[in-house]
Design a protein around this ligand. Structure first.
Ligand SMILES: CC(=O)N[C@H](C=O)[C@@H](O)[C@H](O)[C@H](O)COP(=O)(O)O
Length: 239
């Protein structure tokens, strides 16, 4: 599949982000594979996977498009999504068709997050670039630099984010409108229900990426708990 065919295969479809953190109560070494198999069984058009071993393993069981990433956390920068060319190369070598990177103007090693995009495009011209952004400005900048896909994955990291629990639909609608002739806009982040996914398509999403609502039972429980108990504690933005 060339880039165009790959993007077409994702049109109107649901991508499942199959990720589990080592500190999660349901962590198990086979969890990502079981989640991926379940997502495929249920009709996913693609998968989003964190970590080289997971990408290699799941590449062995499916030909569906894989969005690959590696999270590297550091005290020196807020940027953690596949932060340098080293991780980009590893993700592609492991078998990902699409690489997810930071598409924000935050700084890392003296450059902006999205400054990696032209370098990826030059070094790996056949790889689809998925920029995780906070808002329309990041999205337009990432597309101008050569990203193929943008999604508001990081909207809740904005200083004035309206919620850490819900999508910002007004912003997403604006993002779809201003980016529609420049690249693909996908919805990602806090898609909790089928109606949320339908709403994203209504605004113009090319595909919808769903994570926690399908794959993190402890966060599903937390959500019930928070709703019933009036959000008693401030929760981490990371998981
Ligand atoms: C912010 C961040 O690191 N997001 C990660 C991106 O790969 C994943 O942990 C999320 O699960 C994914 O974005 C899907 O979002 P949600 O789990 O809300 O459906």
């Amino acid at each position: 599949m060339d880039k165009h065919e790959l993007l077409e295969s994702l049109k109107g479809g649901l991508i499942v982000s199959c990720q589990i953190e080592k500190h999660a109560p349901c962590w198990h070494e086979d969890m990502v594979e079981l989640m991926a198999r379940s997502a495929i069984w249920g009709g996913a058009c693609g998968l989003r996977l964190n970590g080289i071993d997971n990408i290699k393993k799941i590449r062995g069981i499916t030909e569906l498009p894989i969005i690959g990433l590696v999270k590297v956390f550091s005290d020196e920068t807020e940027i953690f999504m596949t932060p340098t060319m080293k991780e980009v190369a590893e993700v592609i070598e492991a078998g990902a068709d699409i690489v997810a990177v930071d598409g924000t103007d935050r700084m890392i090693q003296g450059r902006r997050g999205y400054d990696l995009i032209p370098e990826i495009k030059k070094t790996f011209p056949d790889t689809v670039i998925f920029a995780d952004v906070r808002d329309e400005e990041d999205a337009l900048a990432s597309l101008a630099l050569g990203a193929d896909i943008v999604a508001p994955t990081f909207y809740r990291f904005k200083k004035d984010a309206k919620s850490s629990d819900l999508a910002d639909w007004e912003m997403f609608a604006k993002m779809c409108a201003c980016c529609k002739d420049k690249g693909k806009v996908m919805m990602e982040g806090k898609v909790w229900t089928p109606d949320d996914a339908i709403r994203a398509f209504h605004y113009g999403a090319h595909s919808v990426v769903i994570g926690s609502a399908i794959t993190r039972p402890h966060l599903i429980m937390r959500r019930f708990y928070d709703h019933v108990n009036g959000y008693p504690e401030k929760r981490s933005l990371f998981y």
